[in-house]
Design a protein around this ligand. Structure first.
Ligand code: F6P
Length: 324
């Protein structure tokens, strides 16, 4: 391996810059070249790349977003698109790719590696934390802190006005952000896709807490929850069934994807990305790096894609106890 390519793909996450920086610095440390591709797979197809050296990544460890930019490339879903990307990689003399992103990125990388023989290593970067083979994905911790900070503010006004707030958080099909931010922010109820508590239970719980003397409440709703109503319909439904409640909705949206990465995400990104470079140098291919019990490990990309990360359902019980 003489030259490694790096890119960021899919939804961006805080800490992606720290990850790119670590890839570039590890390459410099091991005396190999590094090339950065712009806009994920799309930049590989369009041949949009630049050589990066240790100084190219100065002053970015603290920045949110990704200076290489990110995209969800439709062209890469086609055989022709992938062939074009492989051609460009050959021309750039890239011997292996490090893909920083989520499951969509890894799926694309796996097909690409199979078709064109170019080794790839996945580095899990997504706020959703929905990847098997790692306890944490890059950006998740920062997103949690962003959500908690936002809900703290909502709590102030909810309390002043005796209101109930439904706060929708991201997570596509996974409830990790909702469950952990919900506990951290002291939510009354948390709705996640992994466990549908049902509408009745929600009404009961809200009614019980009102009777117990609570004057305001926060319900954290994961965007992928399975309760069968979107967050606005849910607020209407509660207002119809519990008319004493003045219910409001806040959708936090993309605010959760931005901001300066937490120290945890910077360290995680750095450790995972150095390992990714070392795996390529050791002749490994089609692996994903992850952190399990504070150790940096790797597993087959295939395995990471086929398995689901385990959600600690005990956190629901904890939430229940805390909202008594
Ligand atoms: O995967 C990260 C994520 O932020 C999800 O939580 C969310 O469902 C999705 O991306 C939003 O994607 P986009 O930015 O393309 O709308």
């Amino acid at each position: 391996i003489k030259k490694i390519g790096v890119m960021t793909s899919g939804g961006d996450s805080p800490g992606m810059n720290a990850a790119i920086r670590a890839v570039v610095r590890a390459c410099a440390y091991y005396h190999i070249k590094c090339v950065g591709f712009a806009r994920g797979f799309q930049g590989m197809i369009d041949g949009e790349y630049e050589e990066l050296n240790a100084r190219s990544v100065r002053n970015i460890i603290n920045l949110g977003g990704t200076f290489l930019k990110s995209a969800r490339s439709k062209d890469f879903l086609t055989k022709e698109g992938r062939a074009k990307a492989a051609e460009n990689l050959k021309e750039a003399e890239v011997d292996g790719m490090i893909l920083i992103g989520g499951d969509g990125t890894f799926r694309g990388g796996k097909v690409f590696s199979k078709e064109h023989g170019i080794p790839v290593i996945g580095v899990p970067g997504t706020i959703d934390n929905d990847i098997f083979g790692t306890n944490f994905t890059i950006g998740y911790d920062t997103a949690l802190n962003t959500v908690v900070e936002a809900i703290d503010k909502i709590r102030d006004t909810a309390s002043s006005h005796n209101r109930l707030f439904f706060v929708e958080v991201m997570g596509r099909d996974a409830g990790f952000i909702a469950l952990n931010s919900g506990i951290g922010a002291g939510a009354e109820e948390i709705l996640i896709p992994e466990e549908n508590l049902g509408l009745e239970r929600l009404l009961d719980s809200l009614e019980r807490s009102r009777r117990s003397g609570k004057t305001s409440s926060i319900v954290v709703v994961s965007e992928g929850d399975k309760i069968g109503k979107n967050v606005f319909e849910l607020a209407e439904y509660v207002k119809e069934n519990l008319p004493r409640y003045d219910a409001k909705v806040t959708v936090l949206g993309h605010i959760q994807r931005g901001g300066s990465p937490s120290c945890f995400d910077r360290v995680l990104a750095s450790r995972l990305s150095i390992k990714a470079v070392e795996l390529l140098l050791d002749g490994k291919r089609d692996q994903m790096v992850g952190m399990l019990n504070n150790e940096i490990e790797s597993c087959d990309l295939d395995k990471a894609l086929k398995s689901k990360p385990v959600m600690n359902k005990d956190l629901l019980r904890i939430s229940d106890i805390l909202s008594t």
